[in-house]
Design a protein around this ligand. Sequence first.
Ligand SMILES: Nc1nc2c(c(=O)[nH]1)N[C@H]1C(S)=C(S)[C@@H](COP(=O)(O)OP(=O)(O)OC[C@H]3O[C@@H](n4cnc5c(=O)[nH]c(N)nc54)[C@H](O)[C@@H]3O)O[C@H]1N2
Ligand SMILES: Nc1nc2c(c(=O)[nH]1)N[C@H]1C(S)=C(S)[C@@H](COP(=O)(O)OP(=O)(O)OC[C@H]3O[C@@H](n4cnc5c(=O)[nH]c(N)nc54)[C@H](O)[C@@H]3O)O[C@H]1N2
Ligand SMILES: [Mo]
Length: 814
Amino acid sequence: MTSIADHRVSRRSFMKWSGVAGGSAALVATAAHVGMPGIAPAAAADGMEGVDATVWNACLANCQSRCPLRLQVKDGTVVRVLPDNTGSDELGDLQIRACVRGLNQRERIYSPDRIKKPVKRVGARGEGKWEEISWEEAFDTIASEMKRVKDEYGNEALWYHYGSGSTGGNITKRGTWPRLINTFGGYLGQYGDYSTAQITAAFPYQYGGWMGSNSLEDAQHSQLQVMFGNNPLETRMSGGGELGVVQRIRKDFGVRTISIDPRYNDTAVDADGEWVPIRPGTDAALIAGMIHVMVTEDLQDQDFLDTYCVGFDEDTLPEGAAKHSSYRSYLEGKGPDGIEKTPEWAADITGVPADRIRRLAREIATTKPCAVTQGWGVQRHANGENAARAVFTLAAAIGQIGVKGGGNGAREGNYRIPVKAFPLFDGEAPPVSTQISCFNWIDAINDGPSMTDVKDGVRGKEKLDVGIKLMVVNASNTLINQHNGVHVTQETLKDDSKCEFIVVIDHQWTPSCDWGDIVLPSTTNFEENDLIPGGSCGDMGWAIWGGKAIEPLYETKIGYEMCTEIAKRLGVEEEFTQGRTQEEWRTWLFEGTKADFPDFPSEEKMEQMGVYRHHNPAGTTIAMKDFREDPEANPLMTPSGKIEIYSAQLAEMAKTWVFEGVTEGDKLTALPEQIDTWEGALEARENTEYPLQCIAHHYKGRTHSSYANLAKNLEAHPQMVWINPKDAADRDIENGDIVDVFSPRGTLRTEARVTPRIAPGVVSVPQGAWYTPDKDGVDLGGNINTIMKYHPSPLAKGNPGHTSLVQIKRHSRV
Ligand SMILES: Nc1nc2c(c(=O)[nH]1)N[C@H]1C(S)=C(S)[C@@H](COP(=O)(O)OP(=O)(O)OC[C@H]3O[C@@H](n4cnc5c(=O)[nH]c(N)nc54)[C@H](O)[C@@H]3O)O[C@H]1N2
Ligand SMILES: Nc1nc2c(c(=O)[nH]1)N[C@H]1C(S)=C(S)[C@@H](COP(=O)(O)OP(=O)(O)OC[C@H]3O[C@@H](n4cnc5c(=O)[nH]c(N)nc54)[C@H](O)[C@@H]3O)O[C@H]1N2
Ligand SMILES: [Mo]
């Protein structure tokens, strides 16, 4: 029996204050490479000198920047990773230079956390006792468990877990596992994702479906950008992200940016406009206060509201709607709550002074064109659905939807090349149509058959017949690390009579691997072949050659090989592979892409050029342009064909949906009203035990938990908690102190960053740090989900990953 403890050495070594290991992060990195196979000194120059080959591939983590990389290989080892050297500094042709993550692939490929061999658990689940097994045994066990669970419970007991680690890939995306299970009859489906669950659920009611806004490149035509929790400089880093676009727009066109965010985020700093610190979860109140000012001073675009929208005014309400149920009535206090949404009312909730709300409202209503956008931090909250819709409503109130330089309040849109996707199922739809939310799988394990449509958001059926009995967790750390409430998750997984079998597939031994029954060692994408669709960067589309730079390390395998072997044992190999190798699938992808997009390069050409770019032939992306030009001919997919500020569907659902043991804020409303939720801004005032609102911004050194185990990334971007100087002083906390951040769920320990860049009363622990509890359960990794609550949001049943009340106290001063 072997212990996996050695896998955890690097995780623990980063914590200079934890006493587990001494030495700087840089030393750890050096030590980590000692004894690794074939690690050679880095090549001397940016060229072919001294290397055998330079191979194009890309960083596939889920930041959507999708940066090309050039891997220099000598004697079968990656000796250097170089960024893109094509393109230029011009908008539409930007050089897609990788960030601190993409460039650190060597440390990732040769990390001591690499899983080297298949293992199976031999103790209790989660106990950490493992035995190495052969691939044969792994494949045989997985295939026989899949058959057993299917025979005993049916396909709806199978679950392919949400995971974003290989999102940027094509064949390598999800390692082909969904195709395997679909070929075997399918699995319980999921809707939404951890990124956008609430806004995704909100879209259909207001806009009829998912929408992007105008591209950030189109903001060159704007006079003003208003960004709600939108932070491209940190979340779309690198030349492949919107970072470059935002910087160019400011430099070349001088567009002013107002950033509404509890944090003075890097985008706000760089755009050098105005930062409006707001309490988390209160955007709908700020917007109501601003629109109240507009309506009072007749600054709203009434023509737009009358022509394109439903329910702003009483006379555009749908038939059957109650009297005084319009947004205007809500503002005027004529609705059921009887409260007028004055700037003073909004100031009390949001923390933004009333005079400032007036000034902002006037500027936003009178500066045109004006681009209103939101990032996804606004909606990743308890009842983030309403906050997302409120931002759409602001865009409507100023009539800036569907015009050049305007925006519809969603996140920016983009232009992309239509690269053919590897098919995750054959035919029109996956074989199983029943779905639950990506987030409430915990309930489906604990008591699947109790889940219903109106209580838990089950789709395709009134209720589940069976719970989740077998999970495939691939390229995912959401089994533990990335899922709100690690303690609830662990409790749920511990009992292996509930979910009977879990297979985890990764290339790093993450905290989620600890909870597998079998853990399979995957290659990185640098050990296999693919055609990689580009990310999203304004109106520049691109695609990247995914070249295999080195042979699979240790005993790792590519996902396609794993799935083919299992398909063979399930008797569905032919259906799964369609007779193709991974390389033949790539040829198929090239052919399919060329059929729709004749300018696309050949495989031979692409291998040489590495990156192919194509600028939007339409100029810049203008969302909902057709609808604006002719709403009769181009209606939206809402029941009215218009923008539904009042949604009759939601009004109806509000009557039928069930919220068991109702907690504050768990409700549906026809209008995008401000909702006071559990552990929201108002509760923070009254809660003396846990008075601080804690959010969890996405951090520069890692993409979620990807790259979070690498010493260099951690050295550049150490884990910390942002705290305002006032809150710090109240607690005798100084910058650099080690502090405990705790909620009723648990405690994490990290370093305090005392900074006026966060609103008073708010703290932020960047999400994604690896969960590393000590013997008392205090998480020394600083993982936010140690303190977060498992509580699906009302409409989306999504993750409220930025909603929590906490307290902080000093642990030590170093
Ligand atoms: N460097 C890096 N880049 C990433 C990722 C990463 O982990 N690291 N993750 C990638 C992924 S998968 C995703 S989904 C995206 C995530 O992109 P987002 O969801 O947009 O990122 P967040 O940092 O969660 O939130 C954006 C901003 O919203 C603010 N915010 C939080 N709550 C509120 C609120 O109630 N109101 C307002 N107005 N603002 C609020 C936060 O302070 C933050 O600055 O980023 C992607 N890019
Ligand atoms: N509290 C809180 N929680 C959050 C968030 C928040 O804002 N607050 N953000 C949420 C968001 S937006 C998201 S998207 C999720 C992200 O959560 P996850 O989807 O779990 O993303 P990662 O943490 O990056 O984990 C991806 C894993 O994939 C592995 N991987 C990479 N490439 C491959 C490959 O080719 N094959 C295999 N088999 N494995 C591979 C990586 O090593 C890594 O362990 O987290 C969510 N969790
Ligand atoms: Mo995400």
